[in-house]
Ligand binder design. Structure first.
Ligand SMILES: Nc1nc2c(c(=O)[nH]1)N[C@H]1C(S)=C(S)[C@@H](COP(=O)(O)O)O[C@H]1N2
Ligand SMILES: [Mo]
Length: 378
C-alpha cells in the first residue's frame, strides 16, 4: 500500500481477485459444511411436529459426526475468514465509494455477510466455552443469523460469479496477465493460511475426535476430564439433583397401563449394555459403556402403542434441559436405555444418578439426567 495518498494504492497481487477466489472457495466450503451440520443439529434438537417421529436413531454416531464437523468447520473458518478479509480489504477503499444503486446494494450485502460471519463465528466459539457475555439467547439468534449469512453469501457468489469462474482453476483466465514473481508469494500466503487452518483444527478437534485428544490444546472441555472419565456440563449440585437417595427414588411411567418402580425393581429388570457417545452440542464428545433397562421394554410394559412418542422428565426442578422427547425411532431402538451404570460403575450423581437416558444418534442436551418420569404421548 502506498501511504499518503487517498484512496491508497495497493500494488500487492495478494490482494487480487485470484487470491480472494482461492481462499473464498475454502471459506465457502467451510461455511456450507457448518450451515448444513448446523441445520441437522437444529432439527434434531427442535423437530417440528411433522418431523418428530421421523428422526432416525441410526447411525448411532451420526450426531457425534455432524456436530463434530459443525464445530470443526466453524473453527477452521476463523483463519480463513481473517485471510479472506485481509485479501479483500483494499476494496474498502474503492473510489468512488458508491457507483450506482446496484453497487450500493452489493456493498450492503457484503457488509451483512462480514458482520454476520464474524458474529456467527464469535458466538459459536464462545458457546463452546459456555460463556455467554451477551443479553440474548444464543440458540435462536445463532440460528437466525445463520440464514442471514447464507442469504448474503449466495448473493455475494451470484454477484461475483464472473470473477469466481475466471479465477477458479490454475489455468484460469487472467493468470497469464500476472507477473511471474507473484506465484511464490501467493503460494506462500496460501500455504500459511493452510497451516493456520491445520493448526487450529488439529489442536481442537480432539474434543470430539478422541484419537487426537492428546494434541487437544485449545478446547474448553477435555473429553477425559470429569467423574468416570466423562465431562460434565451441569453438575448434580448445580441442578439441585444431588440429594436423590435410592430409598426415595421412584420411576413413574405413564401410559395406558401406568406404573411406578423403585430403584431395586429397576435393577432387577433385564439389564443391557451399550457403547454410545455423549455428543454435546458445545463440541465435546465421548463414548462410554452404559448399562441399564431398555426404554422400549419399559414402554411395552405401560401398554404404549408402537408409534408412541415419549416425554422424558428429570427430577431436576428447573433448567432448560430437564425435559426431552423421544420420537418413535429413538423410543423403539434397543440401544436406547434408561442407564443405571456407566463404564462398570453406578452412575456418578453428575452423570444422572440414579438413572439417565442414553440413546443413539442424539444431541447431548437431550440425554436427560436424573430421570424420574417417562410419559407415553399418544
Ligand atoms: N436433567 C438434565 N439433563 C441433562 C443436562 C441438564 O442440564 N439437565 N445437560 C445435558 C447436556 S447439555 C449434556 S452434554 C449431557 C452431558 O452428560 P454428562 O454430564 O453425563 O456428561 O447431559 C444432558 N442432560
Ligand atoms: Mo451439552
Amino acid at each position: 500500500m502506498k501511504l499518503g495518498v487517498f484512496p491508497p494504492v495497493f500494488k500487492g497481487r495478494l490482494h487480487d481477485a485470484r487470491t480472494a477466489t482461492s481462499i473464498g472457495r475454502w471459506l465457502g466450503a467451510a461455511f456450507a459444511l457448518c450451515f448444513v451440520t448446523g441445520l441437522v443439529s437444529h432439527f434434531m434438537q427442535h423437530p417440528p411436529d411433522w418431523l418428530a417421529n421421523s428422526i432416525p436413531s441410526r447411525p448411532s454416531w451420526g450426531y457425534r459426526l455432524t456436530q463434530g464437523l459443525h464445530v470443526a468447520s466453524g473453527i477452521a473458518a476463523v483463519p480463513l475468514l481473517l485471510a479472506k478479509l485481509w485479501a479483500v480489504y483494499p476494496r474498502l477503499f474503492g473510489w468512488p465509494p458508491l457507483r450506482s444503486v446496484k453497487h450500493g446494494l452489493e456493498r450492503l450485502s457484503v457488509a451483512v455477510l462480514v458482520a454476520g460471519s464474524v458474529f456467527e463465528l464469535a458466538t459459536g466459539l464462545l458457546n463452546t466455552a459456555q460463556w455467554y457475555p451477551w443479553p440474548f439467547s444464543f440458540v435462536p439468534v445463532h440460528y437466525a443469523v445463520a440464514w442471514l449469512v447464507v442469504g448474503a453469501l449466495l448473493l455475494h457468489v451470484a454477484v461475483k460469479a464472473p470473477e469466481i469462474t475466471a479465477h477458479w482453476t490454475r489455468r484460469s483466465a487472467g493468470t497469464q496477465a500476472l507477473p511471474a514473481q507473484d506465484g511464490p508469494d501467493r503460494r506462500s500466503f496460501l500455504a500459511a493460511v493452510g497451516a493456520g487452518v491445520g493448526a487450529v483444527t488439529l489442536t481442537t478437534v480432539g474434543q470430539s475426535f478422541t484419537p487426537l485428544k492428546d494434541v487437544l490444546l485449545f478446547a474448553p472441555r477435555h473429553p477425559d476430564e470429569g467423574p468416570q472419565g466423562l465431562p460434565v456440563n451441569r453438575t448434580a449440585a448445580a441442578a439441585g439433583a444431588d440429594g436423590i437417595t435410592a430409598e426415595e427414588y421412584r420411576l413413574v411411567v405413564t401410559g395406558p397401563q401406568p406404573y411406578t418402580l423403585t430403584l431395586d425393581e429397576l435393577r432387577a429388570l433385564p439389564q443391557h449394555e451399550v457403547e454410545l457417545p455423549i455428543a454435546c452440542v458445545e463440541g465435546w464428545s465421548k463414548s462410554a459403556r452404559w448399562t441399564g433397562v431398555r426404554v422400549v421394554e419399559l414402554l411395552e410394559r405401560a401398554g404404549a402403542p408402537a408409534h408412541a412418542r415419549v416425554r422424558v422428565e428429570s427430577l431436576e426442578s428447573r433448567g432448560g434441559y430437564r425435559v426431552s422427547e423421544l420420537g418413535q425411532g429413538h423410543a423403539r431402538d434397543p440401544l436406547t436405555l434408561l442407564a443405571l451404570r456407566v463404564n462398570g460403575e453406578e452412575l456418578h450423581p453428575d452423570h444422572g444418578y440414579p438413572a439417565r437416558l442414553i440413546a443413539p444418534n442424539r444431541p447431548g442436551v437431550l440425554q436427560t439426567k436424573w430421570v424420574g418420569r417417562l410419559e407415553v404421548l399418544v
